[in-house]
Design a protein around this ligand. Sequence first.
Ligand code: AMP
Ligand code: GLY
Length: 437
Amino acid sequence: MLRILILGSGGREHAMAVNLSSSPLCDELWVHPGNAGTRHWAAKDCPDWRDFGTWSRWVREHRVDLVVVGPEDPLVQGLVDQCKGDPELAHLAVLGPDQAGARLEGSKDFSKAFMHRYGIPTAKARTFEASERLEAERYLDTVNYPLVLKADGLAAGKGVVICASREEAVVALDMFWVQNRFGNSGSKVLFEQFLNGVECSVFVLCDGNRSVTLPVAKDYKRVGNGDTGPNTGGMGAVSPPPFADNLFLQRVEGRIVRPTLEGLKQEGIEYRGFLFVGLMKVGEDPYVIEYNVRMGDPETQVVFPRLGPDMLQWMYGAAQGQLPHGAPWVDPRYAVTTVVCSEGYPSEPKTGAMMQWPNEPGDDRYCFHAGTAWKENQVVNSGGRVMATTALHPELDQAVLKSRNLASAVDFDGAFYRSDIGDDLLSGNRSFSRNGS
Ligand code: AMP
Ligand code: GLY
């Protein structure tokens, strides 16, 4: 029997908690800091992980066996290394890579060089620093447009600008280097070739030696219907997207997943955790857009409901360096999630409104909380992305409809959502051949 602490406060962590709590091996579960949806599993007196000394004491006192790290921040900042270095936490299994592994997400410059070293297909790119502005502007005369400019470091999914022209690229460079919009994260910028295709996310659970590939998902990043407006953390997701067929997935496995794991080993990185490979399917071929060192949000809200109660064994096994053999059980139904957001998201979400939502549990529908909080005995919206409404159905069009109906029943002042999640994937709709971002 296992005592589990999930770190994080989003819809991703709520979806993981629902799955892990259904395992017969789950003795006790905490989600920290959590949200209104996970209050049932609240770790009330758990300190912040940044205060490592008191946090690790809490972990010991509560006899935690497994820590699942939801977001990237603790990984990039070295929480796993601190746990490994603490002799009093010798029996603790932590699911997430150490700081060296987390560089795959923490530095786009590092991950691009990594892909080049191991022959992993990706868009061509060059990196410039703020001090090289003249050279960078000369380079802008030599490239094709659109051009993709990316902050090297973490930028909460917002450090990527697709520039239709040289003029737009110059404006973006001002944002990175003059206005310093992303601080240090934007001091180095990747200038990357634009890939035209459809996007999807492949999730791999690794134990440092072996890996197992989990269901694939498609995320909808732009805020508006028809893929318009600014990029967000993700407005909805579908698993599996029908275009990710067997041939494509075999290519992903052979050209990307295996060489990535081999590369990590060659670099001496014992990667235990989720690896999220963001891909562009160009023709029939996969190219890596980015690596993340955690599960996606809102992709988890469609991937985890398709996984069974045996996931705890897989996750604990991965964290201990011993994945089970075989493959985890996967529900063949489609899963679709629609993210209900606060007015003003992604720039300035308005929060604090009382909420109502459909509250009928079932194995074909879920309301996963993200930016929600308890205030004076009521649930209020407390962030940009508030709730992910997931529905499962053997038919994709039905899953799409059910997820959207659930989203329309989430009620608070200023609530909005994309009402086209999954439409591009329905048969008869040709629009999915355009760039999915
Ligand atoms: P990233 O943070 O690297 O995932 O980029 C955010 C989004 O920008 C991606 O999900 C894509 O939609 C888009 N994007 C990033 N790189 C490229 C590229 N090379 N070509 C086309 N679109 C891209
Ligand atoms: N949905 C994209 C991400 O989690 O980074």
